[in-house]
Design a protein around this ligand. Structure first.
Ligand code: SI3
Length: 293
């Protein structure tokens, strides 16, 4: 559990101009993020565009990341998909290639009852000897488990935590209370990072940690050291940027910022927002306003 405590970028998947996975830029971006003190990498989630990729691409990307990280920090691979079989296949692969954990959103598109969703998670965790971090993101999946639902899953061996992407901190706090301190909860909304930590989150997984890892590593460290005023200051500064980011599709925005920072990560996959030249130049101006980028 100690290994996972901290700031974990939900890694952008770098693409070439042809839209294929860009191995060289992936390796360069990982080294950069590690040098800034991130405590893990979370792949193929919303930010990583796992849902817009083939199963083969998801496997290929994980293999590159595991190879580059060399065990320095935990690698968590998001294996969620509409169907259980794909999740099971990706879980087996993740275990084989040496990922530290898998994570999965609830099955989406079809409406399932909580028993089916529970079974889906059990099928994933029983597929291989690798820990599972459940991914709660009700705004995207349309599904929100109850406190009892998560409490029950938290007791299952090898289900080690929850990535919590919602701004309802009361719900989060109750989950932490009933699931116990050995069950890790990661804050999802970066703009509420300090709020999540305040109610007991063990760490934070998010998209903007790709573009401003130092800000949030600093926030996390200040918080851990009890320096709440300094942590709050970091959150405020980050949120002035996030407020502007939210005028765009966050993935398109972050890809553009990374490109300006020297990481040629390419464009998001359609149907995600494709920036116009005008939007690109607006983003360039925003980046100039924020020296920490
Ligand atoms: O890639 C992932 O799966 C995430 O980490 C999602 C992450 O929680 C993001 N949430 C959403 C809804 O996209 C946040 O990092 C978010 O982009 C950020 O807080 C800006 O709103």
């Amino acid at each position: 559990i100690e290994r996972y405590k901290g700031i974990i970028p939900a890694l952008i998947t770098p693409y070439t101009n042809e839209g294929k996975i860009n191995e060289a830029v992936t390796r360069k971006l990982i080294q950069h993020l590690l040098s800034k003190g991130v405590k893990g990498l979370y792949l193929s989630g919303s930010t990583g565009e796992g849902f817009l990729q083939t199963v083969e691409e998801r496997k290929q990307f994980l293999e590159i990341v595991v190879d580059e990280v060399q065990g320095e920090v935990p690698v968590i691979s998001q294996v969620g998909a509409v169907d259980t079989n794909t999740c099971v296949e990706l879980t087996k692969h993740a275990a084989e290639v040496g990922a530290d954990a898998v994570s999965a959103v609830a099955p989406f598109y079809y409406k399932h009852g909580s028993e089916q969703i529970k079974q889906h998670y059990l099928d994933i965790v029983n597929a291989a000897d690798i820990p599972l971090i459940i991914y709660h993101i009700p705004d995207f999946t349309g599904t929100s488990g109850s406190i009892d639902f998560y409490e029950e899953l938290s007791k299952v061996e090898n289900i080690i935590g929850l990535k919590y992407t919602s701004k309802d901190t009361f719900f989060m706090q109750q989950l932490i209370d009933v699931c116990g301190d050995e069950f890790m909860v990661f804050n999802g909304p970066d703009e509420c990072c300090i709020a999540g930590l305040a109610v007991g989150a063990h760490g934070a997984i998010g998209s903007t940690y790709n573009i401003m890892p130092e800000k949030f590593v600093s926030l996390f460290n200040h918080f851990a050291n009890g320096n709440i005023a300094a942590a709050k200051q970091e959150q405020y500064e980050a949120n002035r940027l996030i407020r502007k980011l939210l005028d765009y599709d966050f993935i398109a925005f972050e890809r553009e910022v990374l490109t300006l920072q020297g990481f040629d990560v390419g464009k998001p996959r359609k149907p995600l927002q494709q920036l116009t030249d005008m939007e690109r130049s607006q983003i360039r101006k925003i980046v100039e306003e924020f020296p920490f980028l």
